[in-house]
Write a protein that binds this ligand. Sequence first.
Ligand code: FEO
Ligand code: CA
Ligand code: CA
Length: 741
Amino acid sequence: MSDQLTKHHPDSPNGCDDVVRNTSGNREFGDVLNVRLSRRNLLKGGFGLAAGSFMSFGLSGCLSSGGSGGSSAFTLGFDAVAKGTADALRIPTGYTATYLYRVGDPINAVTGAYANDGTDLAASFEHRAGDHHDGMAYFGLNAAGLAKDLGNNARGLLCMNHENITQIFLHTVAEVGAGFDKAARVPAQIDKEVNAHGVSVIEVVRNTNFSVNKLSGFNRRYTAASPMEISGPAAGDDLMVTPYSTAGSATRGTLNNCANGVTPWGTYLTCEENWAGYFKRPASSSLGAKAATAQNRYIGSGSSNGSYGWANPAGGDTSGTGLYDRWNITPTGADATADYRNAANTMGWVVEIDPFAPAATPRKRTALGRFGHEGAMPAKAVAGKPIVYYMGDDARGEYIYKYVSTAAWNAADADGGLTAGDKYLDDGKLYVATFAADGSGTWTELNIANPLIAGYAGYTFADQADVLINCRLAADAVGATPMDRPEWTGVHPVTGEIYVTLTNNSDRGKTGTTNGGKSRGLDAANPRYYDDGEGNKGNPNGHIVRIRETGDDHAATAFAWDVYLFGAESDQFGNPSINISGLTDDNDFSSPDGLWFSQAVPGLMWLQTDDGAYTDVTNCMMLAALPGKHGDGAAVDVANLAVPSNGGADQTVTTYAGKDAAPATLRRFLVGPKGCEITGITETPDGKAIFVNIQHPGEDTSAADIGTPANYQSHWPEGGSARPRSTTVVITKDNGGLIGA
Ligand code: FEO
Ligand code: CA
Ligand code: CA
């Protein structure tokens, strides 16, 4: 979602993220030439069979190509797409994009086509695509459409997140004209907005192009009202008790589902990011000091109604089930069984959904901690080793985490579904990252047994459940490094190195800004403060940090790091703090967010932007990258000019930059329509089709007189005078080849 830099969504919860790889091993089979030939054959079309056995999960590294570090025999083979602000989706010559799934599209045969004028009823959204498509994953289904077959390129289940809504495009002209009084919302409008959030599971089938199989028994919507189980160490804790579940073992809804993850047992992970702003907060004085501290650390200084006023249906909550009251965390009753004071504790989790078990209730995996979860991307699953996930907490100055399972991976669990999830995701260690100035780093376990946590002056943790529910505070206690808004993570399937996008940070370098007592000064891992001359200060264009675990062991507690790339506008030559990575017109970008490694093409990384700083020149974009490896660059002294937290004086910060980004290793592949963010990507196992989400085209509704379509920022994808729609597109190469080659 967009950053404060954009000034978009003034009334939406979106503002909350601002609160701030050995190689072939085949030499015994032939000489070097033969090795090269076989590799080439793999790339040219032998991938289908091989890829299917480890699609999406990196269960084997056998396709890795040789050479140094992360380099691959694969080369980028398309012409860079130019920057621009046209209201169009632009892709390289030789590729075709088709629209698969737009907001409102029905997922069964009895729900009518989407009117896209605000008249579609709230309940119909239980059977329609939600809004703001985001993280996404493809799971192969067998040819008969009955069971899991992860290698199938022609039939699969596509799981995707619906992060948020563009409110004015969900309701009628008259309703928008009447305004949305947060203190007295029309209940049916709330219901529609709630139902437009969540997750879709849809079956997609390829004939000539992919389409949604509306007759599939797997199709399903999960909304911000759907029943969810609470699982893991925090389940049943006093802090999870609500009138809905006095046992603290269930809740309703998954909310603000941003990026995603997958498991080696074939399930989908959806990650709850900016949930905090939806809640109607109590005044601090009405809480005990401890609860106030916890809520202040997550929800901030408060909102009398919550972002959309969901707690305030006109006439009060007459549902009898607290359907609306659950958005109000003000204590009003005798205890937590009588009001929804704890409801916000049931959001902020990684949630596991088994797309092959549509009747199963999703499980919120509390062992992975509660924060503004961007995504949860796995390290390669290796028999006998723990399952490991890397996770960003997207808000200004928040942290990077990892989860290491107690159980060691056993491939016999590959079809275990949610039961396997119970084994690997409900019992493990949660760590947070500290980045040192010398290029080293530490993972510190967030455990109540750590004296820094047990004795933390800022908050008294009751137990390990409290540590997980309030892990931001525990991370504060151990001195984790505040980062420039950690977004997606990705594990390079060849090098095993971890990449984390840090999208931007308007607070970086400022003075006097606190959040949980954390400084916003400069440090080696967040080394830039500059004024881009267009009203943006701090780190407006973001960067991508790279982590190499000690001994290449994902369970290690120490690592080395460098900065793979710095976002920048390529023409900003005047300021030495900006274009550190040597970006050019073919690959400059701002505000990296989505980051995802192809599993079909080892070493191919896709990078997606959610930007508000370079949008005067270009709409948001997707680039293809072939990253090298940690240490392929050099130490750099960043000459930050006039840094507020340095008393306005210049402040040189030494960091470690990856090698410059030549167009051969970083190239723009796609530019989206006006006002969109590009986020969410997955592929068929053969790498010959990718699915990409175009989120909130026409997001800038500040000038939109809803009755005057000419004023809409975008009409994409339908054109004419249509309302813009978040949309999943499928991109294929006209010659049937690998995407990006
Ligand atoms: Fe939903 Fe941090 O992007
Ligand atoms: Ca974002
Ligand atoms: Ca994002």
